[in-house]
Design a protein around this ligand. Structure first.
Ligand code: PLP
Length: 388
């Protein structure tokens, strides 16, 4: 029997035609299709600006730089995330720390954050940037985060790599009503794809102008931003140290085409998640709890084993599922457990909720192309793996 992956892209003939059209055109790298893609993302999210880049990792990096993160600063994020949410701080030579998760949503705990902010303020080690991660596609409680950001004076960058197509209080994630910037990923396992790619949305013109320079070597061609006079129409100036983090028009064409199906993809994911809720209702597992202010894009369906009620270990259940062709995964190994981060200095913070989560969590397959039959196969395999 075939292997069922936990996530997978959906590529249609329309997507293929859109890419081929660009291949036959004058522009391959950053050209008119990038602007169209950025405009479409900004419109979808209700943000003033969108900046397309080569990956969400690149997006997080230049978002941190645009916010002024540097040596001696602190960046805080959730430990239950992909390493990129933390690495962006290290790229800027800042120190990284983690805030334990909420036991219901598995997102960064706002109660814990508030306590840690109080302590850090007294010790003079307040964070310059906090990166909440919308795990599995469920938004963090942005309103509460925004009020802490105002009180303690940090920049908020949403890592919404899982959450394009999701809503918070009825508004699309990425509108930045309650944050400075939002980052999306278009890696093939995410909700829509450009192969590799990312976008930053913002409502700040100042941040937008910094971001577009940073993705192209720190170079500007706008005479208004130059020091002194322009020498002529060939002239450009490098104002700061930037990178080549550009997305190509080929990728943007795929992204534009995928974007027209985003709502359909998310709707399908929601249906499948609801069906898992029903099929697994009597299993000795904790199902994903949803905060009433959120409407998830369901990048992941994460269950937690109730180990007291089953005779198997977490690892046995996981391996049994893999052996029966179910592409389960574990999102994520707590980032502070990575050898690289164990070598970094830490202030002795502890993460009991993240630790317990790591002992119990399993992501089961969920993507827009998952069939009803495949979903039943996943449920039966889980039943067998749990020895029910
Ligand atoms: C995938 C992912 C990233 C990195 O995205 P890339 O586009 O692969 O660089 C960052 N953060 C989270 C939470 C992710 O899931």
């Amino acid at each position: 029997m075939s292997f069922i992956p936990y996530g997978r892209q959906q590529i249609s003939q329309t997507d293929i035609d859109a890419v081929v059209e660009i291949l036959k055109s004058d522009w391959l790298t950053q050209g008119p299709t990038i602007s169209r893609f950025e405009q479409a993302i900004a419109n979808y999210c209700g943000a003033h600006y969108a900046v397309a880049v080569s990956s969400a990792t690149a997006a997080l990096h230049i978002a941190c730089l645009a916010a002024g993160l540097g040596s001696g600063d602190w960046l805080w994020t959730s430990p239950i995330t992909f390493v990129a949410s933390a690495n962006c701080g290290r790229y800027c030579d800042a120190q990284v720390n983690f805030v334990d998760i909420d036991p219901h949503t598995y997102n960064l705990s706002i109660t814990e954050l508030e306590q840690r902010l109080k302590t850090a303020k007294n010790q003079g080690s307040s964070p310059k940037i906090v990166i909440p991660v919308h795990l599995a596609g469920q938004s963090c409680e942005m309103k509460r985060l925004a009020s802490l950001a105002e009180q303690y004076g940090f920049t908020l960058i949403e890592d919404a790599s899982h959450a394009i197509g999701a809503q918070y209080q009825g508004h699309p994630v990425g509108g930045c009503q309650f944050s400075d910037m939002t980052v999306f990923s278009f890696h093939p396992v995410k909700i829509i794809t450009t192969g590799e790619g990312g976008v930053i949305t913002t409502n700040s013109q100042a941040l937008y102008e910094k971001l577009i320079r940073l993705r192209t070597h720190g170079i500007t061609r706008n005479p208004d931003l130059m020091q002194g006079e322009s020498h002529g129409s060939w002239y450009y100036q490098q104002l700061e140290l930037g990178f080549n983090y550009r997305m190509t028009d080929i990728q943007a064409a795929l992204g534009l085409s995928q974007l027209t199906r985003l709502d359909t993809f998310v709707q399908k994911r929601r249906q499948l998640a609801n069906r898992y809720d029903e099929l697994l209702a009597d299993f000795p597992v904790l199902l994903p709890w949803q905060h009433p202010d959120t409407n998830s894009s369901w990048h992941l369906y994460i269950i937690r084993l109730q180990l007291d009620s089953i005779s198997r270990t977490h690892r046995q259940v996981f391996e049994a599922l893999r052996a029966s062709g179910i592409g389960v995964n574990l999102h994520y190994i707590p980032v502070y457990r990575q050898p690289y981060y164990q070598r970094q200095s830490s202030d002795g913070a502890e993460f009991p909720e993240a630790e317990q989560y790591y002992q119990e969590a399993i992501s089961i397959p969920l993507h827009a192309g998952l069939t009803d039959e495949e979903q039943i196969r996943v449920v039966q395999a889980l039943q067998n793996a749990l020895h029910l």
